[in-house]
Write a protein that binds this ligand. Structure first.
Ligand code: NDP
Length: 453
């Protein structure tokens, strides 16, 4: 029997042991999910909707408990962890409207009428990373279940605890056995089996671009559907006519939230040259004021990195670069790196080009709108980004010019369950969230009905 010792990243202390599923156990659970599919699919839509709403209510009654688990397992701040548990509830409630609104179309055709149906796929495999264990679980699970699929879900090895608990809460809410199955295990065992198992009809993956490419290639073998939410190197573009105080006050949270372990992190700041010095001065004050504390302290605004290995990767990006200033970080055994602002020397530097996935942001000036758009687009990624300007027309032009799936104007907000989320270029494939998300877990079927003419 293989197990994994979950570590508290704020203290490096062990939290608990988690059993890792073997290949045989994974296969048995996929088969159980397959067996649960016909009844789940056939359930009256109103009943399936009621069960999802009950699931949301049970999650709501356990927000504090789930948040407490995430603070210990992932080092998330209390504020973030509470929001994340609430996001699971909100996604379940939002998609509970789906079963009763999964409409097809009627298309008049010569000789009759064609009607279309959105048919669920069967068993859907969801692979979740360690950076936002609860929300990313919900963004796949809620629309997939609502559309009538059963779900097998693999949490990241580092952060399985909230997923395991949410799986128990689903049963408590009355979801039938096998409808949602959380399978803790290794990516190379459980995750890969979702790709190769013929009964898993779609894989929804969030994680690194390298593993995402492998999953896409593996799915091609069976022409299996996949959604990929991958990395990012998003730009925060600050024009000189922006409210600089507002832009600088929010910029640290746009990149250092969750210690920078966020695919939407605005880890490149581009500032129009006339505003460069003033913006950096304001940014320094904001960064130094961030409360980087043990997440058990409810006033903490930033916690540790997830693992010693992740800290090593992040520190590697800081070797030989020009650090303008840093915030603070606690001493001790946790995996701490202070929020760090780097003055990039060129757009070729790894800290400017690569996804650091830590509390590091690189800054460069630009001279005009065209240069800002070109610099923002000079990356293999295209996930997110922000534009700060007082000129609405420019905001629109630059937003249309930047090749990224999710942009904010005069705001750093990133993901909302009401709106589609996903990437351009190597940031991913397909969209999650928004009103159409359940359709991504269905196939559209057309049925022609002859009128006898
Ligand atoms: P991975 O892409 O390796 O892990 C993400 C998930 O995929 C985990 O559940 C992992 O399982 C699983 N997995 C790993 N290998 C396979 C495989 N061959 N087949 C199927 N599933 C697999 O990310 P890392 O944890 O290694 O993080 C590395 C880097 O990736 C980060 O530094 C960051 O740059 C990026 N990243 C981006 C994320 C995003 O939100 N876009 C999220 C996480 C990471 P297991 O935990 O067992 O390895």
């Amino acid at each position: 029997m293989t197990s994994y010792t979950v570590i508290n990243p704020a203290t490096a202390e062990p939290v608990t042991e988690v059993h890792l599923a073997s290949l045989e156990e994974t296969d048995a659970l996929v088969e159980r999910a397959h067996a649960a599919f016909p009844a789940w699919r056939a359930m009256a839509p109103g009943e399936r909707a009621a069960l999802l709403r009950r699931f949301a209510s049970v999650v709501d009654a356990h927000i504090e408990e789930l948040a407490e688990i995430e603070v210990r397992n992932a080092g998330h701040t209390w504020g973030n962890a509470t929001w994340e548990a609430g996001n699971v509830r909100d996604c379940l409630n939002y998609y509970s409207a789906t079963p009763e609104r999964l409409f097809g179309r009627q298309i008049p055709v010569p000789g009759g009428i064609d009607v279309t149906f959105h048919e669920p796929l069967g068993v859907v495999g969801i692979i979740v990373p360690w950076n936002f264990p609860m929300p990313i679980m919900a963004w796949g699970m809620a629309p997939a279940l609502a559309a009538g699929n059963t779900v097998v879900l693999k949490p990241a090895e580092l952060t399985p605890l909230t997923a395991i608990r949410i799986g128990e809460l689903a049963l408590e809410a009355g979801l039938p056995e096998g409808v949602l199955t959380v399978i803790p295990g290794k990516g190379s065992v459980v995750g890969e089996r979702f790709v190769t198992h013929p009964l898993v009809r779609k894989v929804a993956f969030t994680g690194s671009t390298a593993v995402g490419k492998r999953i896409m290639a593996g799915c091609a073998e069976q022409v299996k559907r996949c959604t990929l939410e991958l990395g990012g190197k998003s730009a925060n573009v600050i024009f000189a006519d922006a409210d600089l105080a507002k832009a600088a006050a929010s910029a640290p949270y746009a990149v250092f939230d969750n210690a920078g372990q966020d695919c939407c992190a605005r880890s490149r700041i581009l500032v129009e040259r006339p505003a460069y010095d003033e913006f950096l001065g304001l940014l320094e004050t904001a960064v130094k004021n961030m409360a980087v504390l043990d997440p058990q302290d409810r006033s903490s605004e930033m916690g540790p990195l997830i693992s010693a290995q992740q800290r090593e990767v992040v520190q590697g990006y800081l070797e030989g670069v020009d650090v303008a200033f840093t915030g603070s970080a606690p001493d001790g055994n946790g995996f701490w790196v202070p929020p760090t602002v780097v003055l990039a020397e060129s757009t070729d530097q790894p800290v400017w080009r690569e996804e650091v996935f830590g509390p590091v942001v690189a800054v460069l000036p630009f001279d005009d709108e065209a240069e800002a758009v070109a610099m923002a687009n000079d990356t293999e990624y295209g996930l997110s980004g922000s534009i700060f300007t007082g000129d609405v027309g420019r905001a629109l032009r630059v937003a249309r010019g930047i090749e990224a799936g999710n942009l904010s104007v005069n705001s750093n907000s990133a993901v909302r369950y009401w709106t589609p989320f996903g990437g351009f270029k190597q940031s991913g494939l397909g969209r999650e969230l928004g009103p159409d998300a359940p359709n991504a877990f269905t196939e559209e079927k057309n049925v022609f009905i002859a009128d006898g003419s």
